[in-house]
Structures are given as structure tokens and as C-alpha cells.
Design a protein around this ligand. Sequence first.
Ligand code: GDP
Ligand code: MG
Length: 393
Amino acid sequence: MVTKRNVNVGTIGHIDHGKTTLTAALLRVQAAKGLAKVKSYQDIAKGGIVRDKGKTVTILASHVRYETENRAYAHIDCPGHVDYIKNMITGAAQMDGAVLLVSAVDGPMSQTREHLLLARQIGVPHLVVFMNKCDLVEDAELLTLVELEVRELLTHYGFPGDTVPVIRGSAKLAHDAPSDPAASRCINELLHALDTAIPDPVRQVDKPFLMPIENVFSIAGRGTVVTGKIEQGTVRSGDAIEIVGLTDQTVSDVVTQVESFAEVLESGEAGANVGCLLRKTRHDQVHKGQVLAARGSVTLRRQFEAEVYVLKKEEGGRHTPFFDGYTPQFFFRTANVTGKTHVVGDAAMALPGDGVQLQVDLLQPIAVSQGDRFAIREGGKTVGSGVVTKVTA
Ligand code: GDP
Ligand code: MG
């Protein structure tokens, strides 16, 4: 049997527009075909607890799985608006694409806009719209108007509003009669749209090699070995690499051996913990916090913009807001760099529990790319969690 490609998706949209009902309906319709296991609306609505990678932010979210003929979908549904903000910023579950729910009765609302903006900012690359509750709207013209409004909004937030698939339907009717062809048609249309509008995600192993350096060893008679967990790509003996970050000088070298637990490997892939023996770099020329990367694949950066979730007191975060000029530590991978912040917005203030936009100037350059995630720490505790939305210098 061929293994189906895994694709991560989720429901986003304003409260009460039907995200959880749709999630349950997707499971029921696919379960009727033997392509999912049913989970009740109540169970999905409860949400499980996930923590972000830095083990700092607690997010309520339900994970469900269903398949189509071609793909296996891992789907996330969050109970509350703040859970979406946290999830999208911290990447507790990253989405290759999202289903934006819009109630045909209400049209786009405040949280519709907020989720769209976040999806744009943090790089949810593809959207499909489900115009829900069409069973409550008799006037076909009204549906057309709502669809137009949604398409304009998509364009406003930088998505291709003219071409994004918009499926009209009723999650509730599909949920209540999953085997009824008329009721389940909208779900089948939605699944077809997911299969076609979201391209296969690029797998981590297919990206350029990158490994954050965790440790540096000097081995008598052999040279310098750097260790870490490969974040993306593949490394082989003979590969041209560079050592990047913390200083303005980038060191070029060649990996002469890849090993894991004293065993020599032919290659190391994303996810593996490895040691790389370097041809000529001395152990005092390479440090924890730098990255080992395919030559020419990363650039040193000092300035970026980010979306940040500021942890609440109960989450171990600050008790008080911070303001423009706040200068905490930024943790990117294994690097720990001081950065000066500018809080975007009129208030120029970030309250615990808020999602905010920051402009950051790092005191030392590191490898930073759009989509990279980081933690903000102060006095040894994590006070924020963020994602790079734009690299500016
Ligand atoms: P969420 O907050 O976006 O997850 O919304 P829910 O899925 O909890 O739905 C909110 C309410 O809308 C619930 O009472 C649902 O039964 C109802 N609802 C959801 N989808 C539909 C639909 O297609 N038609 C109708 N009439 N009601 C719906
Ligand atoms: Mg819900």
C-alpha cells in the first residue's frame, strides 16, 4: 500500500461560525466511507492541551485525522479565539493550509479579519473558504453578496481572492446526515478543494541543510566535531557548508564525516541528532548558537518584524506590560541574542495575554528567515513566543 501524503490543516474563523461543527461533520462524512474515525462535537469542542515547542504556552486544541483518496489530513480545531492566536504564533500545530469558516448569516466579522491577518503574517500559505449556515439563508443573492465580501477581504489581506475556492454549505446538515448525498455534498466539495488548492507541502528533508549547533568538541588527531539536531535537509561527507551567526564573519568549510553515537553515517537527515567532523575549522572558531548550513543558503540578519504572543502572569510571564525600547533576550534555535524592541501600534505597549507586532534590532547578527520561531526571555523566564513575519536588514 502506498502511504498517503500527510497534510496539516485546521479550521479558523469567527466564534460560532461553525468551526467545530464542520470538523465533526468532516469526520462523520469520511467515517461513512471508512476514511476516518468519528469523534463527537462535544469531544472536539473540549479540546486537548498542547504546549508550544518552548514548553511555555498552553493551548487548547483538538487534533483529528481523516483521509481522502490521496491524502491523510491532520486537522486542528481550537475552542477559543486566544487559542488560535497562540497556536498560530507559536506554531504549536503549523498549518499547510486552513479552512476559513464564514457564516452566511453574519458574513465576515472581527475574528475573521484577525485570523486572516495572522494567516497572512505567519505564512499559512493556502486557504479554502467554507461559507457555512447556508441552510438559514433563502435569498441566493444574499449568498452572492457574502461571497463577494469574503473575496474582497481575502484580497485585502494578500490572498488570491478571485481564485480561492469558496464552498457553500451547511456543516450542521452534513453532520446530522453524513450519508445523505445532498447533505454531505458540501463536505465532499470542501475535501476536493483541500486536495487541489493546497499543494503538497515541501518536506523538511527536501530543504537546504541546516543544523543549529549545540556542542563543539575538539578531538585529538581528528579535528573539530560540531553536534546538533538537523532541522532541515540532509548532510553527507564532502558537503560544502558554512558556519553562520553571532559574528559578522561566516566561516566556510567542508564536512568530512557524519556520525551518530560513534557510528559513521552515510548521511544525516532532518530530525536526526548527529556530529559533523569539519575539515579545517578550529574549535575556537565555532560556537553553540551558530548554525551549520548548506553553503550560501542563509544570510546573517540583525533586524526583523514579528508577531509575538506575550505570556500572562499565570503562564509564567510578566505581571506588567512592556513598552517601546524593551530589550530582552531572543532565543532562536540554540542562539541567545539581546534585541531592542519597538512595539508597533498607537499604544506602543504590550500587555501580558496580548498578541502584538514588534520590530526587533538584534545586537548580534544571526541566521533569521521569515517563519522562524523564537522565544523571548528576561531574567531567566520566558515572557513571550513569536514568529518572524519579515526580515528587514
Ligand atoms: P465555532 O465556535 O466556530 O466552533 O462554532 P460551532 O461549531 O460551535 O457552532 C456554533 C453554533 O452554530 C452551534 O449552535 C451550531 O449547532 C450552529 N451551527 C454550526 N453550523 C451550522 C449550520 O450549518 N447551520 C446551522 N443552522 N447552524 C449551524
Ligand atoms: Mg468551536
